[in-house]
Design a protein. Structure first.
Length: 222
């Protein structure tokens, strides 16, 4: 459990939502965690973690499946797009088409035997966008996989000591958003050597709204 007080977190979430000007689209609520005293050159300190949110946002992630045969047939019932082996082969040397798929798909679930082909075609377009292909065993229940990744986010560090991800949408109950935030914070804290010292700032904001900082420093005073 995070050391950040729940009342301070919920207050920040409400302030971020209420202080955001109305838009003609449903805004996401994002969490930004700024880190300090972390060596990003150390592989153990780099974040590349998948988190499954306990309170599903109403704006679900777009999930695509790269598969053939029976898995492809079942995936068509639930996935936003199914990419066959033939389509993947057609992407060889076609960076424009690969980028278009990478922009559309939040997650690409890949039957394990197609991973090498995805690595040559889609992975170069997914990587710069902070997305990763997820291997799926041939005998896995692809429907369950797709439904699970609808509510998944990825925590990833780049060249800056911070982690950011979506934790909800502005139409959600702030208490549910807080539950998602705690799930993300728990994942972050488990990776850090000293969470109380390594977390410098926690910020909540909507897509187009101003950032609201959580004054959790009170919780660090012993």
């Amino acid at each position: 459990m995070s050391f950040v007080p729940r009342d301070l977190m919920e207050k920040a979430v409400r302030e971020a939502i209420e202080g955001s000007p109305p838009r003609n689209f449903k805004q996401s609520v994002d969490l930004i965690v700024v880190l300090k005293d972390i060596d990003l050159k150390n592989p153990q300190m780099r974040f590349r973690e998948v988190v499954f949110l306990p309170k599903p946002p109403s704006k679900k992630a777009t999930v695509c499946v790269a598969a053939d045969g029976d898995m492809a047939v079942k995936a068509k019932e639930v996935a936003d797009r199914v990419i066959t082996r033939e389509e993947l082969q057609g992407l060889v040397g076609n960076r424009k088409a690969a980028k278009k798929i990478a922009e559309f798909c939040d997650w690409v679930l890949v039957r394990t035997d197609l991973m090498p082909l995805v690595g040559r075609t889609l992975a170069p377009a997914l990587g710069p966008r902070g997305k990763i292909p997820i291997p799926v065993p041939p005998n896995a229940n692809i429907v369950d996989f797709v439904n699970r990744y609808r509510h998944a986010v990825i925590l990833r560090t780049k060249d800056q000591p911070q982690v950011a991800c979506r934790v909800g949408t502005e139409d959600m109950d702030p208490k549910d958003i807080v539950e998602n935030i705690y799930k993300v914070l728990s994942t972050i804290e488990h990776k850090l050597p000293n969470p109380r010292q390594n977390i410098a700032r926690i910020i909540v904001k909507t897509t187009m709204g101003p950032p609201v900082e959580v004054p959790f420093y009170l919780a660090r005073i012993e």
